[in-house]
Ligand binder design. Sequence first.
Ligand code: GAL
Length: 832
Amino acid sequence: MALKVGMFMLLLLFSWLCSATASVTYDSRAILINGRRRILISGSIHYPRSTPEMWPDLIQKAKDGGLDVIQTYVFWNGHEPSQGKYYFEDRYDLVKFIKLVQQAGLYVHLRIGPYVCAEWNFGGFPVWLKYVPGIAFRTDNGPFKAAMQKFTEKIVSMMKAERLFETQGGPIILSQIENEYGPVEWEIGAPGKAYTKWAAQMAVGLNTGVPWIMCKQEDAPDPVIDTCNGFYCENFTPDKKYKPKMWTEAWTGWYTEFGGPIPHRPAEDLAFSVARFIQNGGSFINYYMYHGGTNFGRTAGGPFIATSYDYDAPLDEYGLPNEPKWGHLRDLHRAIKLAESALVSTYPTVTSLGSNLEAHVYKSSGGCAAFLANYNTNSHAKVSFGNGQYDLPPWSVSVLPDCKTAVFNTARLGAQSSQMKMTPVNNAFSWQSHNEETASSDDSEATTLQGLWEQIYITRDNTDYLWYLTDITISPDEGFVKNGKSPLLTIFSAGHALHVFVNGQLSGTVYGGLENPKLTFSDYIKLRPGINKLALLSVAVGLPNVGLHFEQWNAGVLGPVTLKGLNSGTWDMSKWKWTYKIGLKGEALNLHTISGSSSVEWVEGSLLAQKQPLTWYKATFNAPGGNAPLALDMGSMGKGQVWINGQSIGRHWPGYIARGGCGACSYAGTYDDKKCRTNCGQSSQRWYHIPRSWLKPSGNLLVIFEELGGNPTGISLVQRTTGSVCADIFEGQPTMRSWEMLTSGKVNKPKAHLWCPTGQKISEIKFASYGLPQGTCGSFKEGSCHAHRSYDAPQRNCVGRQSCLVTVAPEVFGGDPCPGNMKKLSVEAVCS
Ligand code: GAL
């Protein structure tokens, strides 16, 4: 007993000591955790963009990738869907997510916002907030500030109650209030300034014990830290000398919009931007996104943000490493961590090594670390530094954690690349269809109002769909009736998509785009004498998430709506009586659920609807074996929404073809979101992620609502696996092995490391060339110099294995095929 009491006292003392010493502070150099300055590598993973079942694996892969911190926004509209009714379950179980990060031994940066932007519906604001009387968002406005404070306090007290702040023994080391408010403040002036002050004071007043940051906020009130967001941040300086240089959003790629191509950011350029930031005194970097994931349900913002939020992030939408990005950054992080003690002890000394060539050296009692940079976009450089000679490819930085050994160069990939493939796994679905009726003004649930009303005001965003219905009475005396012509119907809509039905027949579909959501329908329509039913199905495709007072932007048919070509000229129908019907009949009947779907008649076989607008489809299927991530190939469909076992996997819109420029992509040179895009002329999004955890072994219900008309028999269930892996390794290129071998005294020869994911093996060497091969993974070609025994070593070492190494040196390939040239080994190995 005495021992037990003694132990307890000791524990108490220990926990008291811990909490007494646990601290997160900062100085001009870095964030200090428990008194120690740190270089912190962080990555954004937004909890509702994956499933709780995926979280542990994503977090582990982030840790394996060299991350110290996971950053997430808090999604207000997910947590308070209706005012005062909170939700913290399932994908919105914030506490669970944070605790999983803690269990993995990582820290958390909690960006409470509550404005988050994030290509998330309404920037994270609940739609009810817009209808609070007298409200104006993100400015010095009483009702807004009260609501924002209430939610922020709610989150902070929840974190405190769970002891999740670092000072309480938890993982949260940083918080964020607001998001990129600086540019808004700049536009609106005085009320913006007042709001910034208020937001900072309100946040600091919550006494979390850890620092607050405000990103893109040059006047961040003390002690809040102003931080940088962008593709590059090396030249950023915080607002005060005593604040550290932090980068809260290093964009790893960019988002996809419906109608746009798919952006890619080369790993070499991303690593280059990070190395430059660190060499210039940066000490905190967060990858936005590290895992982008999926905009399930109707959570995508925009409007027109795609369902996939892959972002070309280091972990792809499905949670698989996006190689070479994931591995290349992991190697960069290792190199930076080897230099950490030198880095945090001092500031760099910068010297020129030639034109557009620089050395950044950190030298102190903490050690010596150096970064050698070549900013030229075309030319290679050989530089002398200390007693050594170093090769610097264009647009690259080499990291020397001891000021001697180059262990990493941002333009030299040590990590393999991979080619992913989507392979069908099921037999064809056996489909049934059900027609969604065109709504009519006689519907008992419809409401008739004078004139045209704004869509979100009516729907409160409970659905994407709103019917605008009216009757057009045509006299037999109308000239067009007699001469067989048709009058011209013109409809102006604030967006985002519109289907026009005349007497139950689809007369046309129009939609806007991210740049301009507004649309115009203008076409001749067939009208008969008597009553004609005009039914306009206006469809929202995500509410705006960014822009000055985006909460005031409208959606829906706001007019004018006119009919031209009548005896009396043109009718302005805008002031007519319109009947409003919220949502689809199938939505009201819950056709996407098992119980709801049995409430109507479905047809199949020869009666199955094909290429018919407004159609519901359903099928059941068994879950395929294994654990490869799954997706639906929706390439044959148009636009709508998809549910699996009642859960929405998001909006599908393969009918929206990617416009814009796609072209050759060199990693060298300043990146922006228009560079390095793919998919032009194809669907912006063809595949839709189905989380494994939403499936049962058998009898899964798949329901699709199709607006435009598609061919359901073209849909297939696919699994995502690695098709092949590639290495592209230069002779003598810096590698972490040079560091490991430093102590053993062995010669530094880089090695190609190839590996297939667990469950797959290398079955074949598809390509191998030691010499001057050309092209990239998947399209390698022999160049003017090729060692004739290039295939031998890869075949011998790799085929039949899950993972293998091939040394990149002439003797391995039967001798030097072209002395005096800088050679490389390119290999593509098939994973089966
Ligand atoms: C930033 C914003 C993020 C995200 C990003 C683009 O400006 O802070 O939330 O929207 O742009 O992906």
